[in-house]
Structures are given as structure tokens and as C-alpha cells.
Design a protein around this ligand. Structure first.
Ligand code: ATP
Ligand code: MG
Length: 561
């Protein structure tokens, strides 16, 4: 492709709205342009990379027996109502005004719809159905460029199986295919156990890239490889103490003391001697959640423990439920269910709220005074805690989710009545799995991991071109003639070449653009070297340069690419 005839609008300045490297690079190198918040146009150079990513995904999905579909983005709302997901997605779901349609954020419902009455016998399974298609989600805070778009491209796959054992096989196939896809794309990633949400017990894993631009937080053990989303991550952490002697409970006047820090300061005690109270409403009934010291309730763990509908209690409901406002609530005298974090098990001589404004109670022995308390892992792991597997130290950091594999089970087939008959003529719901990859996220994560102060560093196979050929002074007849010939020869050899044949920009400008665009190899044709029958070859990644005889160029490039 000739640069003189291409629309590759490179920018010298960093656009104000872009803060993370991948976003800055995508805009500066003319790969993408924003149309509106979370909505982007892929320009030709960027779309070339998108197509390469999609090709890799297609090859690996086809290799595990996937069949490519193309489901419509415009969906009748009725199907989404049958599974309760119009409500579950809430504001994320785009609705078409005055029409009973939604724009699909994912396609479980549509897959189930087509499977119904068509996949009817155990003999019809297994099936792997996938597509690479545009998804719509009204993300509340679109940011980080294409990493969180309101319109984005997803590869989504769905498996249909007769049993959970067969689902395990389908899941493993996807796990392997995903590793191949991300390996081929040249990404450094890791896999974490994730929350399976409302589908309790079903396995779910996320493929993650470490990045400050990420919105997921994961705990990772470098020593043994344990990795988990903090929504589910576990750690070894110090329990509250059980003292030999349990004091009797006693009330303490604590005017204006609300937080754990204020309580510790006021009573000159350690955080580990206190229990923090949070009130939630579970299916309409209050629950007190007790945490050690300043530990925060991990609401995703709480959700898995309780099931059903959980929300935190509104401040104006607290007084009626507990007799006190936030900051003075505690386990003693609390009339509803009490659950506590595992770290509080067996603790005594604790301080907590008295369920009376401006009072706390000391000498609480949870065993003795609150015997019905149930204990669960409810806290969020922090950096520096010990790994439950190998006792080494956990690191907690931000990460970007590239993909997600998920054993759905029978939730959708039951909701939509998607049944099959087994070999004895007995009816069962089809067992489903769902597996997603964010195509743009692969692109952005590659950039996050492959750039320097000059621009992008592309490697095969995602690189939009193999070679950037730079004709230095295209007004000079020697250069023009020779570089045109090189351009043709290289293409005949099968290379994808971006030819900087512009006549109106300086050599320095061309060098900067070539480094910004980042093709793996630059072939630089200048008058001086050409007179000796030579060109300069530069490797973008290492900045290594060498002068190569034109007659030897093909051999040299074979070596390098
Ligand atoms: P996130 O937690 O980041 O919102 P998700 O859990 O909603 O992701 P899934 O519903 O599992 O994501 O979608 C499958 C894949 O689609 C994700 O792993 C991610 O790579 C991609 N993806 C999801 N939402 C977006 C988005 N708004 N923009 C770009 N890619 C996305
Ligand atoms: Mg999401």
C-alpha cells in the first residue's frame, strides 16, 4: 500500500482525551477515531489489524469444531424478557425507542432460541456455535479507548451438550483454544478463577492482562501461579485473637465515635480488637455482616454466600432495623441473621457498636454472646497477604479482562424450554457454556505491552504490514525508480509492504512516522546507498541498522521476518 494514497492520519500531539498508552498510540498512529463516547471508527490501518485478530480467532475456533454463525444485533425484546435479563442488564441494555427491540449485549438467548426444537436429541450434540460480531452495551463510564466501548466486537461462542461431563470437555476445548489465540497474538496473560455470579458452583475463568488501565483487580502469587479475581480470591490472614479470659460485655459511652479508626483512637485499642458492622437486606430481610477491624465486605463474596437478592441497607432504614444509625451498630441485641467473616471466628474481648447511638460494647465474646453467628470468607484480599496454596506473598494489581469462559449450565435452556431427549426417551434441558473474547481488547493489550517512546512495536502476526519501505527523496529519479522496483519485488515475494512514497514530507518526518506506525522492518532507500546498489534495513524493535546489498535483500529479509 502506498502511503501517498492512504488515509493514515498520524498525529504528533497526544490527544487530551487519551491517557493510557494503547489509546494514545491508536489515535496518534491513525488506527482509530472516536465518534462519540465509547463509540469508535476503525480506520483502514487499524481495521487491518482487527481482521488479523479475527482470522486467528476463527482458525482456532474452527480447529475445535466451532461453526461460525452470524446472529442479528437487533433482537426482539420479548426473548430477553423470558430470561429476566431485560431487568438484569438494566441500563446497560440499549432499547430501540417505540419498538419492542433491544440491541444485543451478548447472545445466550438467541442461541437458545435457535437450539429450541432443532437440537432435539442427544445425537444432535455436542455443538459449538460461535460468531464474531458487534455488541452493544450502554457502559456507564466508557473510557480507556476501545477497551470499554459502548459498541465493540466480540467473539462469542456457545456450547450445547447433553450433560455436565460433556460441558467439562467443551469448556476444556475453549480453555486450550483461548490460550492458543492469546499466545499467537503475542500477549503475556494469565488465567484467573472468577466469580460465577448467580450460577453458583459453575466454573468460570477469566484471561487477564496486567495493566494499570484495567478495571478488574486480581490477586496473584508469583511463586505458585495462584491467580484469582479479588471478587473470589482467598488468602491466609491473621485471625482476631481469642484471649484466655473472656471479659463480660460492658457498655461504653463513645460520643461522636463512628468509624473503626475513631473507635481505636478513642479507646486506645488495636483495629484487631474491633468488629465492624454492615447491614444488608437479603430478599427483603435484614442481615448483619460483621468484619474484623477495617476489613471491607466483599459484596461479590457476600452475594455468593447469600444467593438471591442482596442490597446494602439504606441509611434511613437502619434505625428501625437495629435501633441505631451507622457507626453504632453491632451484634449484641441485633434481632436478625448475623454472619461474620472467618477472621472473627472464636474471637473474644471485641469492641463493636451497641445498637444505641453514641455507645459501643466491649468484652464481646462471639461464641458466648452471639452463638448463632455464621462464619464465611467475606473479605477482600490485600497485597502482601499470604497465598493459601503456597504461603508465599500475594500481589494485588489491576488487570484487563481479555476473555471469559463460563459453564452456564441449564439456566437459559430451562428459562426458554430448550429440551432434548436422551437414549431412553427422557427429556432434559440442554447444558450450555458461553465463551467470550473482546477483539478490541486483544488489540489494545498488545499495544499496552509493545511500545516505546517513539511508537508501536509490531510483531508478526498482528503487524498490519511486514515492511515499511521508505523512499527518502521521492523527487529524485534514482530513488523513485529504485524504490518502485523494490516495492514491486517485495510484494512479489509475498511481503505486505507499506511504501512511504510521499513527495511532500521530509526524511525526518518519514522516519518518525515509520517508528510511530511500528512495522517490524524498515527498508530505507536513499540516494547515497542506492548509488552503491545498497539500502539500509532497520529493525524497529531493537533499532538495529545494517546496510544491505540490493541483490542480497531478499535473503536478509527472510532471515529477519
Ligand atoms: P467487563 O467486566 O470488563 O465489563 P464483562 O464481564 O462484562 O467484562 P463478558 O460479558 O464476559 O465481559 O464479555 C466477554 C468479553 O467481551 C470480555 O472478556 C471482554 O474482553 C469483552 N468486553 C466486554 N465488555 C466490553 C466493552 N464494553 N468494550 C470492549 N470489550 C468488552
Ligand atoms: Mg461488562
Amino acid at each position: 500500500m502506498r502511503l501517498s494514497k492512504s488515509f493514515i492520519p498520524t498525529l504528533k500531539e497526544v490527544p487530551a482525551e487519551a491517557v493510557i498508552p494503547s489509546h494514545i498510540l491508536m489515535i496518534r498512529s491513525g488506527l482509530v477515531r472516536q465518534l462519540s463516547a465509547g463509540i469508535y471508527t476503525w480506520l483502514p490501518l487499524g481495521y487491518k489489524v482487527i481482521r488479523k485478530i479475527m482470522d486467528i480467532i476463527r482458525e482456532e475456533m474452527n480447529a475445535i469444531g466451532g461453526q461460525e454463525f452470524h446472529y442479528p444485533a437487533l433482537n426482539p425484546k420479548e426473548i430477553w424478557e423470558q430470561t429476566g435479563r431485560v431487568e438484569a442488564f438494566g441500563d446497560i441494555l440499549f432499547h430501540i425507542k417505540n419498538r419492542e427491540y433491544v440491541l444485543a449485549p451478548t447472545h445466550e438467548e438467541i442461541v437458545a432460541y435457535h437450539a429450541k426444537g432443532a437440537v432435539v436429541s442427544y445425537k444432535d450434540m455436542p455443538q459449538i456455535w460461535y460468531q464474531i460480531q458487534t455488541k452493544f452495551r450502554n457502559e456507564p463510564r466508557p473510557r480507556s479507548g476501545v477497551i470499554r466501548g459502548r459498541q465493540f466486537i466480540m467473539k462469542d461462542a456457545y456450547t450445547l451438550d447433553r450433560s455436565f461431563e460433556d460441558l467439562d470437555k467443551a469448556y476444556d476445548l475453549h480453555d486450550k483454544a483461548y490460550r492458543k489465540i492469546f499466545d499467537r497474538c503475542g500477549l503475556k496473560y494469565f488465567v484467573v478463577g472468577a466469580s460465577s455470579g448467580a450460577m453458583g458452583g459453575s466454573k468460570s475463568e477469566e484471561f487477564m492482562v496486567k495493566s494499570d488501565a484495567g478495571e478488574d483487580t486480581v490477586a496473584y502469587c508469583e511463586k505458585c501461579g495462584y491467580a484469582a479475581n479479588v471478587e473470589v480470591a482467598q488468602s491466609v490472614s491473621t485471625n482476631a485473637k481469642r484471649h484466655n479470659e473472656s471479659k463480660p460485655p460492658y457498655e461504653i459511652s463513645t460520643p461522636n465515635v463512628k468509624s473503626i479508626d475513631e473507635l481505636c483512637e478513642f479507646l486506645k485499642i488495636d483495629e484487631h480488637e474491633t468488629a465492624k458492622s454492615r447491614v444488608y437486606v437479603h430478599d427483603g430481610v435484614p442481615v448483619l455482616v460483621l468484619m474484623l477491624g477495617n476489613d471491607e465486605v466483599n459484596e461479590s463474596k457476600l452475594g455468593s454466600v447469600l444467593g438471591g437478592n442482596v442490597r446494602s441497607c439504606h441509611p434511613d432504614e437502619l434505625k428501625e432495623i437495629s435501633g441505631a444509625d451507622a457507626g453504632s451498630i453491632g451484634p449484641i441485641g441485633f434481632k436478625y441473621r448475623i454472619i461474620a467473616d472467618n477472621l472473627l471466628k472464636d474471637a473474644n474481648n471485641l469492641y463493636s457498636g451497641a445498637n444505641k447511638n453514641d455507645y459501643h460494647i466491649g468484652g464481646i465474646d462471639l461464641q458466648r454472646d452471639v452463638p448463632g453467628t455464621e462464619y464465611f470468607d467475606l473479605r477482600t484480599v490485600e497485597s502482601g497477604e499470604k497465598c493459601t496454596r503456597c504461603n508465599s506473598t500475594l500481589e494485588v494489581f489491576k488487570a484487563i479482562e481479555l476473555g471469559h469462559i463460563f459453564k452456564l449450565g441449564t439456566k437459559y435452556s430451562e428459562a426458554l424450554g430448550v429440551m432434548y431427549l436422551d437414549e431412553h426417551g427422557k427429556e432434559h434441558p440442554i447444558v450450555m457454556g458461553s465463551y467470550g473474547i473482546g477483539v478490541e481488547r486483544i488489540f489494545a493489550c498488545y499495544l499496552e505491552q509493545n511500545y516505546d517512546d517513539k511508537g508501536i512495536i509490531w510483531k508478526k502476526p498482528l503487524s498490519p504490514f511486514d515492511i515499511q519501505l521508505i523512499g527518502l527523496n521521492m523527487k529524485n529519479a534514482t530513488v523513485t525508480e529504485a524504490s518502485e522496483k523494490i516495492y514491486n519485488d517485495l510484494q512479489k515475494q509475498g511481503y505486505e509492504v507499506l511504501f512511504d512514497d510521499r513527495t511532500d514530507v521530509s526524511a525526518g518526518f518519514k522516519f518518525n512516522d515509520a517508528d510511530l506506525l511500528g512495522m517490524p522492518v524498515q527498508v530505507i532507500a536513499g540516494e547515497k546507498n542506492l548509488k552503491d546498489g545498497k539500502v539500509e534495513v532497520k529493525l524497529r524493535a531493537t533499532n538495529e541498522k545494517q546496510i544491505v546489498e540490493l541483490s542480497n535483500l531478499n535473503v536478509k529479509l527472510k532471515e529477519l521476518i
